[in-house]
Design a protein around this ligand. Structure first.
Ligand SMILES: Cc1cc2nc3c(=O)[nH]c(=O)nc-3n(C[C@H](O)[C@H](O)[C@H](O)COP(=O)(O)O)c2cc1C
Length: 270
């Protein structure tokens, strides 16, 4: 069973390919996370599979996203005891292997390894996303790694990581979360059409519509989905994202059409 979490589509794209090769079921953690927020008492998940569980998600601060860890630790995995991890990253996964191993220990699952691949950088509230052509090249280069890992999983072998790097001490991760994982600088500009795509997609149900405009309510995990998916690029994060390209990979491999120039100067506070 392949379970994926994604902010901007990279991990979904990879998870789809893994599920195809392993001829296995594909489930969205995003949807279940939303459900759990909306109905915490009834949205309890127990997954049953006779094939290994494969968790696919992005790398956040050289670890698995905290929200994914929380989701996994609050779920039950039945029948098969094997768990694999496949992480997408902008450059390196750092401590993710140890993190995944620790999650398996807590779940009493057998850790069968973590593999990863570079995908386009999506963290646009901090960095720049690649140009569309560059993003296509990165995705094409990632596919062989994804496919060979999927074949290893399918044949029951252990997997290893090629993009690990050095990682960071735990205090850096804590600091990172305190400094960067918040929604205090999200703003919506006047060109917002009130379509609520951002609110419908937010995995933590952190966006509610007030007078036809999105409002962020303090449970943001900085997955970038709202800012990336907005069809009219009406969402900004402070001043940093003005004129910055939005990156979103749809399930069919289409990239969001790059908007050369955002409607700017509709607000000026940062
Ligand atoms: C909050 C945040 C933290 C990130 N931290 C890292 C990191 O530590 N190392 C890295 O290589 N990429 C990092 N990235 C980049 C993403 O892991 C990468 O672009 C990933 O493919 C996004 O996957 P998604 O589209 O499925 O959300 C980070 C992205 C975000 C939004």
């Amino acid at each position: 069973m392949v379970l994926y979490f994604t902010g901007t589509g990279n991990s979904r794209f990879v998870a789809q390919r893994i599920a195809e090769i392993c001829e296995d079921q594909l489930l969205s953690i995003n949807k279940m996370m939303r459900q759990r927020r909306l109905d915490p008492f009834n949205a309890q998940y127990a997954f049953t599979s006779d094939k290994p569980f494969v968790i696919v998600c992005p790398t956040y601060c050289w670890h698995l996203p905290q929200a994914v860890e929380d989701f996994l630790l609050n779920s039950r995995f039945l029948d098969c005891r094997d768990m694999y991890f496949f992480l997408t990253c902008g450059s390196e996964t750092g401590n993710a292997r140890d993190h995944a191993k620790e999650i398996c220990r807590k779940l009493e699952m057998r850790f069968r390894g973590l593999s990863s691949t570079r995908m386009p950088e999506n963290f646009i509230t901090l960095f720049k996303a690649p140009e569309p052509d560059e993003a296509v090249a990165i995705i094409r280069a990632a596919l062989p790694q994804v496919e060979s890992t999927a074949r290893l999983i399918s044949s029951g072998r252990d997997i290893t990581d090629s993009y690990a790097g050095r990682g960071v001490p735990d205090f850096v991760r804590r600091l990172f979360y305190r400094l960067f994982i918040h929604d205090r600088k999200f703003r919506v500009k006047e060109n917002c059409t009130g379509c609520a795509t951002c609110a419908k997609l937010c995995p933590t149900v952190n966006i509610r519509m007030k007078n036809g405009k999105p409002v962020w309510t303090g449970h943001c995990i900085q997955c970038q989905s709202c800012i990336a998916v907005c069809p009219v690029n009406a969402i900004e994060f402070g001043l940093r994202t003005r004129r910055r390209r939005r990156y979103y990979l749809f399930a069919d491999g289409r990239q969001k059409f790059p908007v050369e120039r955002n409607e700017e100067d509709l607000f000026t506070d940062d």
